[in-house]
Design a protein around this ligand. Structure first.
Ligand code: CS2
Length: 482
């Protein structure tokens, strides 16, 4: 099968949408750090839709910070890739043309720094995952992080997104200092403010002469992003290539739903993304909390309980009545009542829609993928609810499931704190001590959680039940007939 590329566009079946703009006529105006599948299915798709409307110099220079994969996939395809969005009601396959180029920071750092400094670039977007922000529990730069220590010692050869961004902005300042906007697109509360704070800490140490310019000329709006974009399986990819008639190494399979809400705080020109459905709001916090503490909170619960129940994917969890019921109750009884929702927002309908999205059988979203980086995700998703005065017996069961996956199972752990978590898995200290240590790695401790002793006791009860009688009894309280 021939590779998808510019030449292939002329031969695509008419049913497959493709860029309606001249790829060469639209220059790049955005640099994106962390070009994974999520970016390609979300911000790049919104921007592609805008270019389809009326062109404009808003194509994207995508940057990988460590890996060659996306470069290898897209360089051979002139930056083109296909996105299949599908659920029970609809499906659409389209080829996206908004990514102009991919650069690899670990190989061509100077080109990345030049791109950030270029006056034609007005926007930097980020999908660097929670751990990419390198913050401590109090939101300052984590000086104990080995990659941050590396970058602080070698600010001209940075490895982290924070270090790359700082070096790029320093060069931009030296080259005239045109204002720019950095938009965070990761699942953490007040993501823009977190980035602004860690970057300021970093710059203070490496480029103190940049501080005033940074404060005045660089905006860091927060944004809430939503689209479920699982890692594609080889089987799904092959089926998508068949439909396309070309080999797409960078194929993406996702859902029709997509949402992007950005805090309206720009210091630079920007694309008119509102024309393609992006919302600009004055206060992002209610949207952000709703997304993190409802969608992502239940997603993580699904992941750990699903792993323990031997369910491969999210839709399998949702289709298992005792698990699906638990998720519905978790949302309705504990997560929803704790939320302050955006005014006029029908949150019950949102929760209903979430359950449908999770049940989408075409996504094949693996529990193991969502289970990654628990120590970072749990503090964003579950901790706020655990900090309220209300007890959270259902959410505690999910917490017990995470502790069980970490301490009592043989599951592989992908987590920035994996070394410490595995050390506690192997330790012969008492279970309660180990649970306490594991919770602390997710930011759950006596200073963040006033009710920590009761919480710990509840987690222990659930874990004991789980170990003795299994996950179904732990969740439902009912004996299971074999
Ligand atoms: C998921 C998210 O992997 C995960 O942790 O919860 O990536 C989720 O699919 C997106 O935030 C949906 O917008």
């Amino acid at each position: 099968m021939q590779r998808l590329n510019r030449k292939a566009l002329q031969q695509l079946p008419a049913s497959i949408a493709q860029p309606d703009y001249h790829l060469d006529a639209s220059a790049a105006g955005i640099v994106h750090l962390g070009i994974g599948a999520f970016h390609r299915a979300h911000q790049a798709v919104f921007t592609d839709a805008l270019l389809n409307l009326h062109g404009g110099d808003w194509r994207i220079i995508g940057v990988s910070l460590r890996s060659d994969t996306v470069y290898d996939q897209l360089a051979a395809q002139d930056g083109l890739y296909s996105v299949l969005s599908r659920d029970a009601e609809q499906q659409e396959l389209r080829v996206i043309g908004s990514v102009a180029q991919v650069l690899r920071a670990h190989r061509e750092l100077d080109a990345v720094i030049d791109a950030i400094a270029a006056p034609a670039i007005h926007i930097i977007t980020l999908t660097i995952t929670e751990k990419g922000y390198c913050q401590t529990d109090d939101g300052s730069l984590d000086l104990a992080n080995p990659d941050i220590s590396h970058d602080l010692a070698n600010p001209d050869q940075p490895r982290t997104a924070v270090g790359v961004l700082a070096l790029g902005l320093q060069r931009r300042f030296e080259r005239g200092g045109q204002a720019i906007t950095v938009i965070s697109c990761d699942n953490l509360a007040e993501n823009g403010r977190v980035m602004a704070a860690v970057l300021r800490d970093y710059v203070q140490r490496c480029f103190p002469g940049l501080l005033d310019w940074l404060a005045e000329h660089v905006a860091f709006p927060c944004s809430m992003v939503d689209r479920i974009v699982p890692a594609i399986s080889e089987g799904q990819r092959m089926a998508q290539c068949e439909q396309l008639g070309f080999d797409d190494a960078s194929a993406i399979a996702t859902e029709p739903f997509m949402q992007w809400i950005i805090e309206d705080d720009f210091h630079s020109d920007r694309p008119g993304w509102e024309e393609v459905g992006v919302q600009m709001v004055a206060d992002i916090r209610p949207y952000e909390r709703m997304k993190l503490q409802l969608l992502n909170a239940s997603h993580s619960a699904i992941a750990y309980l699903g792993l323990l129940a031997n369910k491969e994917t999210v839709d399998q969890v949702m289709a298992t009545p005792w698990l699906g019921d638990y998720i519905a109750r978790l949302m309705a009884d504990e997560l929803l009542p704790a939320l302050q929702v955006p005014r006029g927002f029908d949150v019950a309908a949102y929760a209903q829609q979430l359950q449908q999205r999770f049940s989408n059988p075409y996504l094949q979203h693996r529990c193991a993928q969502i289970a990654m980086d628990g120590s970072e995700k749990i503090r964003q998703r579950w901790l706020p609810r655990l900090q309220t005065a209300q007890p959270s017996p259902l959410l505690v069961k999910a917490l017990a499931a995470w502790c069980a996956v970490v301490l009592l199972s043989g599951h592989e752990l992908h987590d920035p704190r994996a070394d410490e978590l595995l050390q506690w898995r192997a330790s012969d200290a008492g279970l309660s001590t180990r649970v306490q240590q594991v919770l602390a790695l997710a930011g759950i401790n006596s200073s963040s959680c006033p009710g920590i002793s009761e919480l710990l006791a509840m987690v222990m009860d659930d874990m004991n039940c789980l170990a003795a009688q299994g996950v179904q009894v732990m969740l439902t309280g009912k004996q299971v007939r074999q």
